[in-house]
Design a protein around this ligand. Sequence first.
Ligand code: AMP
Length: 395
Amino acid sequence: MKTLNDFNFKDKKALIRVDFNVPLNDKFEVTDATRIVSAKPTIIKILEDGGSCVLMSHLGRPKGVQEEFSLKHIVNKIEDILGVEVKFSPNCVGPEAEKMANALQPGEILLLENLRFHEEETKGDRDFAKQLSKLGDIYVNDAFGTAHRAHASTTIVAEFFPENKCFGSLLAQEIESIKKVMEDGEKPVLAVLGGAKVSSKITIIENILDKVNHLIIGGGMTFTFIKAQGGSIGDSICEDDKMELALDILKQAEAKGVKIHLPVDVIAADAFSNDANTQVVDVKHIPDGWQGLDAGPKSIENFDAVVNECKTILWNGPLGVFEMENFSKGTIELGNSIANATKNGAFSLVGGGDSVAAVKQFGFENKVSYVSTGGGAMLESLEGKTLPGIAAILD
Ligand code: AMP
């Protein structure tokens, strides 16, 4: 696996695929710069070597050229974060971009306009990738968030750098973190899977049963399992057509020696609302008219014991409707348990969509070992898929 350390960038131009798909407000100001900050180590290492950087990214989902999706809006923010002037090319390919890239001196940075202003980007067009490849000597992929897409800038362009391609430090860290959990994690290994639906997590569950010793299943998924086992779940969310599969998963887990932990009690509400009446009930005896929206106190205690017994922990998906304060306790307490286990030496990885949002919202970001930057890319990695953007560098 080639990383930045395998190259000396002195007098070289690095063509770097970054993920600067940052949220903007209606004044086109960056409201969360995490993704820019995450790319900083890669860019600084190349500049310090005496090289220059050509940065390419997408922003949003434009249909053709649309001013509001221009990357020019974020130039100042990048300059603030890097402390270096950033030049801007109003097209990501073509004579002007080539001229600007050629003129780039060691220590300088050029940002290209939104790749997705050209539909060839998402189509993975080879000719478009070839045009991009003219802008650098070494291709660096540091965009984990798009590594599951075989787009021109994330995958196809690597073909034109058979020897001179590598992972940036962010992408390398993502790969290492996933490997630590899925391949060589210290045992016992635990996965906590929450979120709304079994259907969106099935492939992950099936893949993960071969990797873990313990599996905590929480959130809305719980009720498909509980109903399948004969419990009464009231009005809780449930996928009836997945009940058989749920029983099959339980059987597979038993055969593989994986211990499954489901909530034993829940906070039930009489409406899907923060203002609803609530009561703590046994997960198998939820009255009609009530729905389970968070893990109950006994479940939280049980999960805490499991988490603190484990040396490697993966967390994907909240344990309740954490967006509503009255149903956020299960998710917060799980975060506390994982933070505590991490303090005591466990490796913890949080990844994929809503759990990342929860971790940030409740301030656990610096109390776990690693928070993944990629939603879809993380989920596909957990499903056991090889991501095209990663495969293209490994080739
Ligand atoms: P996912 O994207 O699959 O990780 O699902 C995250 C969503 O699941 C969040 O928006 C939560 O509000 C929701 N969720 C978690 N627990 C429950 C529950 N018991 N009932 C309904 N939705 C839930």
